[in-house]
Write a protein that binds this ligand. Structure first.
Ligand SMILES: [Zn+2]
Length: 273
């Protein structure tokens, strides 16, 4: 079950016309989302959103952002869509065409504000928690291979609403117990990764041995059955002996190979022409 809100579209021909709405939205939405302003032609959803002016949409709450939302499936598109709290399209003045100020904004309902205040998020892995207080620490990514000790402050959990890049809310050093857990998790995960790497290496070598053995048996069989072997290859990824990979086979050659390959114990095929 998502959150219901209403879409409002706007369009002004000059900055003065836009100013009152801009001031109003600065109060309700906090800031204009300039960073992601795009040329209007770059937003494929623009025409769909314009049709929604004054209408309700349903927002998904699975993954939250501080300035945008996913809609639920079936809302705007079958898979849902990404909409912004306040999107301001920009169009560069072109010849005599005037600079326009248009875009859309979403009504900020108490439910939208509340959920962004209650759900906290990690600044490193993006995991969101519904059951932890602001100021606690993420432990989902402590063992991450690329997490450096001097970036541990990013793991501080803060409400989605405050999760603004460069806002300084995650400055400062993590407490000692977080650092200790970091070292422990790094050690545990590095051992686990090493084990996984070894297993992968052995599996790959075993597969190579098996395929060479198979090629050996296949070659013996083909020699015994007078099959021409200058134009056949074994593809390990499809487990298939394939004729005609090097040069295209004539239809006579294909018939001859077909006859001699009868009873071949492995998968085989002709290369696609
Ligand atoms: Zn995390």
């Amino acid at each position: 079950m998502g959150l219901i809100t209403k879409v409002h579209c706007f369009k002004y021909n000059n900055a003065e016309g836009y100013a009152p709405l801009r001031e109003k939205l600065a109060l309700t939405h906090g800031r204009e989302f300039d960073a992601l302003s795009v040329y209007q032609s770059a937003d494929k959803l623009r025409a769909d959103i314009e049709k929604l002016d004054g209408k309700q949409i349903e927002l998904a709450t699975k993954q939250l952002f501080n300035n945008q939302w996913n809609t639920v499936e079936g809302c705007i598109t079958p898979l849902g869509a990404r909409v912004f709290d306040w999107r301001h399209y920009r169009r560069i003045s072109n010849g005599d065409a005037p600079l326009t100020f248009n875009g859309y904004w979403l009504e900020q309902t108490p439910e939208m504000i509340e959920i962004r205040s209650n759900i906290v998020t990690c600044g490193y892995c993006g995991r969101q928690y519904t059951d932890r207080p602001s100021g606690s620490w993420c432990d989902a990514c402590l063992g991450s291979e690329y997490l450096a000790e001097d970036t541990l402050h990013l793991l501080k959990l803060i409400p989605v609403a405050e999760d603004v890049i460069k806002s300084g809310v995650r400055d400062g050093q993590p407490p000692e117990d977080v650092v200790a857990r970091y070292h422990k998790e790094q050690q545990r995960c590095s051992v686990a990764r090493e084990k996984k790497g070894h297993a992968r290496m052995l599996r790959s070598l075993k597969l190579k041995i098996e395929s060479v053995e198979k090629e050996f048996e296949a070659a013996k069989w083909m020699i015994n059955h007078n099959v021409p072997m200058d134009n056949v290859i074994y593809y390990i990824h499809t487990d298939m002996f394939t004729f005609g990979w090097d040069t295209t086979l004539s239809s006579e050659a294909r018939v001859r190979i077909e006859q001699r390959m009868e009873g071949f114990p492995y998968k085989w095929s002709f290369d696609k022409v």
